[in-house]
Each structure stands twice: as C-alpha cells, then as structure tokens.
Design a protein around this ligand. Structure first.
Ligand code: HEM
Length: 143
C-alpha cells in the first residue's frame, strides 16, 4: 500500500478487536498496576499535566480502568460509544484539557500497554491501539 493509501485507510475498524482484546488481558489481570504505570509514564513525559489532576490519584486510577473496560466492552458496537465519548470530551474541556494533550495521553497509554504486555505487544498490536485511540480522541474532540 502506498503512503497515501495508508493515510486514508489506516483507521480503527472492528477487525482490530481481537488484537485489542488480547492485549487487554494483562490490564484486566492487574488494573491498578496498569493505571499506576500509565500515570507514571504520563507525568514523566508531560509533567505540566500533573496540576490538572487531583493530588490523590486513587479515584482517578479507578476511573481510567473503568473507562477502558467500557470501551473494551463496547468494541463490537463502537457506534454506541459515540455519545458517551462526546460527553466525556465536553467535560474534559472543562478540566482544561487541550486536544494536543491527547497525544501525550495516547503515547503514555501505548507505553504502559507495552510495559504490561512485554513481547506480546507487537508492532501490529501497537498500530491497532493507535487506531483505536485516534478514534476515541476524535469522538471526544467532537463533544
Ligand atoms: C482517551 C482519552 C481519555 C479518556 C477515555 C479519559 C477518561 C476520563 C474519565 C472517565 C474521567 C473521570 C471524570 C469524567 O468522567 O468526566 C477523566 C477525568 C479527567 N481526565 Fe481524562 N480521559 C482521556 C483523556 C484525557 C487527557 C488527554 C487529559 C489531559 C491531561 C485528561 C485529563 C483528565 C483530568 C484532568 C480529569 C479530571 C480529574 C479530576 O479533577 O477529577 N484526560 N478522564
């Protein structure tokens, strides 16, 4: 495929779901461990974002994992997630979140997924998550 064709067609589709589900297994096995890893990576790469979050991150870690669960459960009918994600995106504007911050969050999430999956997190798996994350962020941006 040429670069242009890839640019046009490299979007999340349901065919990514088996790969996404497989790489969620270690997250399901230790949700809080995953969440800790994720926020560690996020605040390491983007320390300025720390002040947007509460001092005590316990609740925040739970919310992160719950949301991942909601998205994972909705993968067979992603169109049903659109409304929820748009409302979530609108609330994020209120938290002071800018669209550029989604890049930081996306990279931290890919990094944390790579940490917990080890070699199972192949380049194909990473690409599937990138496509899903871009789709989620786009729905949130529209909200
Ligand atoms: C895939 C994208 C994201 C998802 C699924 C997500 C999910 C959530 C959820 C479920 C909450 C709980 C509150 C609520 O439901 O409104 C929340 C809060 C929050 N999120 Fe996100 N988020 C995402 C991206 C971001 C980004 C890019 C930032 C930028 C730093 C961010 C910063 C925050 C902050 C600051 C809060 C509120 C903390 C508080 O004061 O309680 N989120 N997020």
């Amino acid at each position: 495929m040429s670069d242009t064709a890839e640019l046009l067609f490299d979007v999340y589709t349901r065919s990514d779901n088996p790969m996404l589900r497989a790489t969620l297994a270690p997250v399901v096995a230790d949700p809080d461990g995953f969440a800790r890893r994720f926020y560690e990576r996020l605040f390491e790469r983007a320390p300025a974002l720390r002040r947007l979050f509460p001092t005590d991150m316990t609740q925040q870690r739970m919310k992160l994992v719950q949301t991942l669960g909601v998205v994972a459960a909705g993968l067979d009918e992603p169109e049903h997630l659109v409304g929820t994600l748009q409302e979530l995106g609108a609330r994020h504007r209120g938290y002071g979140v800018k669209f550029a911050h989604y890049v930081e969050v996306g990279e931290a999430m890919l990094g944390a997924l790579a940490d917990v999956n080890g070699p199972t997190f192949t380049p194909d798996a990473r690409a599937a998550w990138q496509r899903l994350f871009a789709w989620v962020a786009e729905q949130m941006r529209r909200g």
